[in-house]
Design a protein around this ligand. Structure first.
Ligand SMILES: [Zn+2]
Length: 507
């Protein structure tokens, strides 16, 4: 085999990502019965093996910190480390996937629910006793069978990454590879939890009393799933209006919603199409798919806007950026753009103009949406704090379930279950990317309002600016660097808190 160089790695990395994403798109959208991933991995084995890992590790170590070479090497090494762990853990992952596909939750009354449907059933079950019984049975099954496998995966992944000696331990290795200061972010999360504590206690206890008729301390995470659904607004978000309304808004903003034909909207029903929405950046920036099965309802609109943000980001990226800045890098950026668009669902001007909600109902909807967001964000802050404990090594593995229940229940006021301590964990600190993205979208919104007014989303000057200043740059920068470049304040939760307060008090 010819010598592996960084330019070969870039060229074949591009081809590998395209093949893998295309296969994933075709299978998940129902165009193909199964994804044939094994042959792709075999074809590209030369860029996924020890030689590629070694090459990128050397490049990272030998480049000058903060230089352009170092930035490239960091993204490439981060990718290689993930590929290495996935390869080593492939067999365990396949066991977990097979378990999840076949597991059945058995209820005391003899009823059976496929494991994968349990969460949806809990959120739609109006009878609280039935909901809790389902959660009880689910947690018992998970604790017995899934938790040991997931716990093993977490420990093995940690050991694998630490053995690469990128930094002194798992957390520091992640920080070195991602550029995200996890411990600094955790301090911000603690402050966010403190600063929104009394606001949350007020809205949580009022909502629990009103919706469930029980004392606030009794409500569980299963109750939270049911409470957050808010189906009463669904009629005002009809499936048939979603695509035309959102495309009209992007056009009003001075952008082409198809990015010159590079984005394909795959919204048609098809046998075998997965119900979960996704964006498939097959060939960035030339061939992007936004895939969704529209049912209608507020959640669908939000998901569509989220995937649209990803799609516009990929489709308007500069073609001449190297592979690592188009396809790799800090995902807080793409998640930040996705959230910038899904947060239009909190904007009274946007709701009044592009949904069927009607202005009189907007304040009530905004209050419900802000309640859901505050719950979600407090949960994510707690997840990061817990995940740092999990990998920190200063509490024993057997004490982690108690720590999980304590941290998550305290932050959300919903009671969590110990069985989920190794299940409810985002791989490789993805929770940190989401938290940074939350901060980024709020900061970008402030910049957009200052430059293009409150209704920036329909100002024809906004789109061209976004394409050039935001989407075009790909993921060469970290979220914090991008915010600084476009004149936003240092990333923090302050603008997020302000927006949530405005939503909760909307009238
Ligand atoms: Zn996303």
């Amino acid at each position: 085999m010819a010598d592996l160089t960084l330019s070969v790695l870039r060229r074949d990395g591009d081809a590998f990502t395209e093949a893998l994403t295309r296969e994933h798109y075709l299978a998940a959208s129902g165009h193909k019965p199964n994804a044939d991933l094994q042959s792709i991995y075999k074809r590209f084995a030369h860029i996924l093996g020890p030689a590629a890992l070694e090459l990128t590790r050397d490049a990272f170590r030998s480049s000058t910190p903060n230089s352009e070479e170092w930035r490239s090497a960091r993204a490439l090494l981060d990718w290689q480390v993930e590929a290495y762990a996935s390869r080593e853990l492939a067999e365990l992952d396949e066991r977990v996937i097979a378990w999840e596909a076949g597991a059945v939750v058995r209820l005391p009354d003899g009823g059976e629910v496929p494991y994968q449907r349990a969460a949806v059933d809990m959120s739609t079950e109006p009878n609280r006793q039935k909901r809790l019984a389902l959660d009880e049975a689910r947690a018992a099954l998970v604790g017995r069978e899934l938790a040991p496998m997931r716990g093993e995966r977490l420990q093995r992944e940690r050991d694998l990454i630490e053995s690469l000696e990128i930094a002194s331990d798992y957390i520091s290795s992640f920080e070195a590879l991602s550029g995200v200061d996890l411990r600094g972010l955790a301090t911000e999360c603690e402050r966010f939890l403190r600063e929104t504590e009394s606001m949350w206690a007020d809205v949580h206890s009022a909502a629990v009393k009103r919706q469930l008729g029980i004392a606030p301390g009794e409500a569980t995470r299963a109750d939270a799933l049911a409470m957050m659904r808010a189906p009463q607004f669904d009629p005002y978000f009809p499936a048939s209006e979603m695509e035309p309304a959102v495309k009209r808004q992007v056009s009003d903003m001075g952008s082409d919603p198809t990015a010159g034909g590079r984005i394909t909207y795959d919204l048609a029903p098809r046998p075998g199409k997965r119900s979960r929405a996704f964006c498939a950046p097959v060939r960035v920036p030339r061939e992007i798919y936004l895939v969704l099965l529209p049912y209608g309802g507020a959640t669908d609109y939000r998901t569509f806007l989220h995937e649209l943000g990803h799609s516009l980001h990929f489709a308007f990226m500069r073609d001449d950026l190297p592979f690592e800045f188009r396809c790799l890098g800090d995902n807080s950026i793409t998640e930040g753009f996705a959230m910038l668009f899904d947060h239009l669902m909190h904007d009274p001007g946007w709701l009044g103009r592009y949904s069927a909600l009607g202005r009189p109902r907007v304040p009530e909807y905004r209050r419900a949406a802000a309640f859901e967001e505050l719950q979600f964000l407090r949960r994510y802050c707690a997840k990061l704090l817990y995940e740092l404990r999990l990998y920190g090594g200063d509490i024993s593995w057997s004490s982690l379930p108690d720590a999980y229940v304590d941290i998550l229940s305290t932050a959300t006021t919903f009671r969590y279950r110990a069985a989920d301590a190794f299940i409810d964990v985002d791989p490789r600190f993805y929770s940190a990317r989401y938290l940074r993205a939350w901060q980024l979208q709020a900061s970008l919104r402030d910049v957009l309002v200052a430059q293009f007014d409150e209704d920036w989303f329909r100002n024809p000057r906004t789109g061209p600016w976004m394409e050039r200043e935001l989407f075009g740059e790909g993921q060469r920068e970290l979220a914090s660097e991008m915010a600084e470049r476009v004149g936003a304040k240092t990333l923090s939760f302050d603008p997020v808190i302000r927006a949530i307060e405005a939503g909760l008090t909307a009238s």
